[in-house]
Design a protein around this ligand. Structure first.
Ligand code: ZN
Length: 254
């Protein structure tokens, strides 16, 4: 059994996957400024790596899995002042996830698992809203929110500090998953910016500029390493698998 990309299949192959009860994994990122050294698609790269790590583990456990094409466009208000950032309304995001879930449900897929790497608060709220709107659907939508316990506690110190946008945490993951997309000469020369975005959000700030990130990064990009990134990708995959299994057990009991 191998993990499959839904978009590479014919419709007949997809039909068979739905009938077999394959879990659908949806990577969710953004097109958004990530410092002077990482690509706009950083969160898409991270979400895709998370999805693939989870899929690999699930396949090892004899679970059928299909990975959907990633969502790249979402709410990214914090980064909207930086060129290249695309931001759409949270309601659009909620509606799109719901429509994707219903399309899968129609053909028998029992579960849609969201591998999310974009942490803008409006976006995270839109995903929670999507899970809620799908509560009565035939498909279970699961979304482990890594900004919250217990999941956040499994991630790195920098991540937990909240100074984690294009810093050590995210730079390390992109170095591991898509090294050719990292501007290494820029990364190594960047001074740390230890301002916590989670604290800024709690204080009611709405943009990276207000929060104190004039170059669209928070954390310590120069401290990043490929090894850390590889480790974090494994943890992210394990978080998604754990969330899927918790929900499956819950269903078995019901
Ligand atoms: Zn990011």
């Amino acid at each position: 059994m191998a993990m499959r990309k839904l978009a590479d299949m014919t419709w007949e192959e997809a039909r068979d996957q739905g009938r077999a009860g394959a879990i659908a994994i949806l990577p969710v990122g953004a097109i958004e400024a990530h410092g002077p050294h990482l690509p706009l698609m950083t969160d898409v790269v991270i979400a895709s790596a998370m999805a693939e790590a989870a899929a690999e583990e699930l396949v090892n456990r004899d679970q059928q899995v299909v990975i959907l094409p990633p969502i790249c466009y979402t709410s990214a208000g914090f980064a909207a002042g930086f060129a290249g950032t695309i931001t759409v309304s949270p309601a659009t995001v909620t509606a799109m996830i719901g429509d994707i879930a219903r399309s899968l449900a129609r053909h028998g897929f029992p579960m849609l698992a969201i591998a999310n790497a974009h942490l803008d608060p409006d976006h995270v709220a839109a995903l929670h809203a999507a899970v809620e709107t799908c509560g009565d659907e035939a498909i279970q939508v699961i979304f482990p929110d890594i900004t919250k316990k217990p999941w956040a506690l499994e991630l790195t110190e920098e991540f937990q500090s909240g100074a984690c946008h294009a810093g050590q945490y995210e730079s390390s993951i992109v170095m591991a998953a898509a090294p050719s997309l990292v501007a290494e000469d820029r990364r190594c020369g960047l001074a740390p910016n230890p301002i916590s975005l989670s604290a800024a959000i709690r204080a009611g700030q709405k943009t990276f500029e207000e929060a104190g990130g004039p170059a669209a990064y928070f954390g310590d990009p120069a401290a990043a390493s490929r090894e850390e990134g590889q480790g974090t990708i494994r943890v992210l995959g394990a978080i998604l698998v754990e969330a899927i299994e918790q929900r499956s057990e819950h269903t078995d009991e019901a």
